[in-house]
Design a protein around this ligand. Structure first.
Ligand code: BT5
Length: 272
């Protein structure tokens, strides 16, 4: 039998939100191709910083590198935030980092145990992905003119809501903790956490952010990993992340590789 969908109430989010920048404007859709695609178009047309695009369902939710993000109606949080920071492209990694941090803190408030951040932006519970982040940008003369942070968080999915290829790899807050949370409350918490870390980045720089990030990702240090980059793959021991947000891996021959964009696979997990 078709399950009925409870639609999100953006007015409830607006009335509970206590943020300075994020959520100044909230644009809601019951159904959309991708909140990131929509936010990119809106940003190009000049919507203000802090605008949030949110939907109950995405038909073409985007992951990184052209991958797909499963976004069944009413089960998850699918939202995109428009930012207009005055920064150079080389500082972009920090946005992935503050996004993952804001999501991890939100997940920690909903789950009986803390999540793990897998570089660059996967949030895991029991080694399964509960949330992901996709950062996209528009640039002009080497400067970022706008940036879109897209967040997908699995809240109410049951095991059977995931397609077979994601079973055992994806999870939700409901699966892990057995609790049903109100989506509006989760959105409010998530936007408030993001607002906090965005302001920290703008006012205090990256150091406090990196410290907090490492709290959530220390399990990865010293692990044997496979690094899959668009150019190929290699193996090594993870040394965590550098202060600029790059992932550091010591190869067998002693060379330290600094990685900007890749997927990391823990060989311990694979071999378990
Ligand atoms: C991500 O990509 O993790 C970024 C996901 C960002 C989604 C949000 S939703 C709101 C906004 N609008 C969008 O269109 N996108 C953003 P990546 O690291 O490439 O991971 C993608 C991979 O995760 C897929 O290839 C699947 O293996 C897996 N996956 C897909 N849907 C999933 C889900 N709901 N939960 C867990 N894993 C999933």
């Amino acid at each position: 039998m078709e399950q009925s969908v409870t639609f999100l109430k953006p007015s409830l989010v607006r009335s509970q939100l206590a943020t300075e920048i994020i959520g100044r404007r909230i644009i809601y859709f019951r159904n959309i191709d991708s909140t990131n695609t929509c936010a990119l178009e809106m940003a190009a047309r000049g919507v203000p910083e802090g605008t949030v695009v949110i939907a109950d369902e995405q038909t073409r939710g985007k992951g990184r590198l052209g991958r797909h993000w499963r976004s069944p109606p009413g089960k998850g949080i699918y939202l995109s935030i428009v930012l207009r920071p005055r920064i150079k492209v080389e500082f972009l990694a920090y946005f992935s980092i503050i996004s993952a941090l804001a999501v991890a803190e939100t997940v920690e408030g909903l789950s009986p145990f803390p999540p793990d951040i897998k570089w660059p932006n996967d949030i895991l519970l029991h080694h399964r992905k509960v949330a992901g982040v996709l950062v996209e940008l528009g640039t002009e003369n080497d400067l970022v003119s706008y940036l879109i942070v897209g967040i997908g968080l699995n809240l109410l999915q049951k095991e059977e809501d995931f397609p077979s290829e994601l079973r055992g790899k994806a999870t939700s807050i409901l699966i892990e903790g057995g609790k049903v949370f109100c989506r509006e409350e989760v959105v409010v918490k998530l936007l408030q956490n993001f607002d906090h870390w965005y302001k920290v980045l703008l006012t205090s720089g990256a150091t406090p952010i990196m410290q907090r990030w490492r709290d959530y990702s220390h399990h990865w240090i010293g692990k044997e990993v496979k690094v899959v980059t668009p150019e190929g793959e290699f193996f090594g021991i993870s040394e965590g992340i550098g202060d600029d947000g790059r992932f550091l891996v010591r190869k067998g021959d002693g060379e330290l590789k600094e990685v900007w964009a890749a997927d990391i696979v823990s060989l311990q997990e694979v071999n378990k």
